[in-house]
Design a protein around this ligand. Structure first.
Ligand SMILES: Nc1ncnc2c1ncn2[C@@H]1O[C@H](COP(=O)(O)OP(=O)(O)OP(=O)(O)O)[C@@H](O)[C@H]1O
Length: 281
């Protein structure tokens, strides 16, 4: 990805409150073409709220959001055809067959790629003649994914896209999603609780905790720089280390550069699941 290109999505000091409840708190983030950003966070951390604000479905309480260089509240319908979205519970098209539903959906998108549609129908093993209301939850999700992707949107927002897919479809979908993003110069923002998927396909991790973006990093950087330091009791932590979480003598930092200092016992890398557990311990 090229950071000199125009960013696809920019959030500045994005805050969303529901009455007294702060769902997003001063979030700064810029997403560029080719990024596949995995959004991780506990239930209620603010993932869906972030996605809805970015899509203009929900209004931010303060701060700003720009999508494709346009303030989200000024997006035209033409610009909206460059965004794809699959919500947690996709719905609609009851009473239609899969192929009729696709015909109707396709008519809204001049850039629709029929070849891509056919490829993905086959990949998900969807029968075009099947009635939408008779599809299983996973099959409906697959159809919603095709509908959101077949016009190669510049920004694809997926709220737990693979939660209802079986492991084989899930693995394949994630790998293909990554390829599609690279190939189309799109940017993908997806949430998932399946850390192994995220680790395998995301280029970046965005981790939300209680509405705050506590980590936003390239996955490779994350492996190198986020470490769990074990210290002895007298150790003084170098001031330049940025502490994400501290639990007694265990300190999680996100900018470790092989520093050695008195009292450091070990500096261990964590996989994403371990990192998540440690951050919430
Ligand atoms: N429409 C709403 N009205 C009031 N509170 C809301 C509304 N939508 C979300 N919230 C609150 O905002 C917080 C963030 O919710 P959000 O749905 O963004 O979490 P999430 O990270 O997507 O969770 P999950 O992993 O369970 O889907 C929660 O405390 C939730 O109760």
């Amino acid at each position: 990805m090229d950071m000199n290109e125009t960013p696809i999505l920019v959030c500045k000091q994005l805050t969303k409150k529901f009455d007294d409840k702060v769902a997003l708190n001063g979030l700064d983030m810029a997403l560029y073409p080719g990024m596949v950003v995995g959004l991780l966070g506990q239930n209620g951390a603010g993932k869906s709220t972030l996605m809805r604000c970015a899509l203009g479905i929900m209004q931010a309480s303060s701060g700003s959001i720009e999508v494709l260089a346009t303030p989200v509240e000024q997006m035209t319908s033409e610009l909206k055809t460059q965004i794809g979205y699959v919500p947690q519970q996709p719905f609609g098209y009851e009473g239609f067959s899969v192929s009729k539903a696709l015909d109707l959906h396709r008519s809204f998108y001049p850039e629709w790629d029929k070849l891509l549609e056919a490829e993905w129908l086959q990949r998900f093993d969807l029968d075009p003649k099947q009635q939408v209301q008779r599809l299983s939850v996973g099959q409906r999700q697959s159809l919603a994914l095709i509908m959101a992707m077949a016009y190669r949107p510049k920004l694809l927002i997926l709220d737990e896209p693979v939660a209802s897919l079986d492991p084989i479809a899930r693995r394949k979908f994630m790998a293909d999603l990554f390829e599609l993003a690279i190939e189309s110069g799109s940017c993908v923002l997806f949430s998932s609780h399946i850390t192994s998927d995220l680790e395998r396909v995301a280029s970046h991790l965005a981790l939300l905790k209680h509405g705050e973006l506590v980590i936003f990093k390239e996955i490779d950087e994350l492996r190198e720089q986020v470490k769990l330091l074990k210290l002895n009791e007298s150790a003084a932590l170098p001031a330049e280390l940025n502490v994400l979480h501290r639990n007694g003598c265990n300190v999680l930092v996100d900018n470790y550069q092989q520093q050695q200092f008195a009292g450091l016992i070990s500096a261990n890398s964590l996989n994403l699941e371990q990192l998540f557990m440690e951050l919430h311990s």
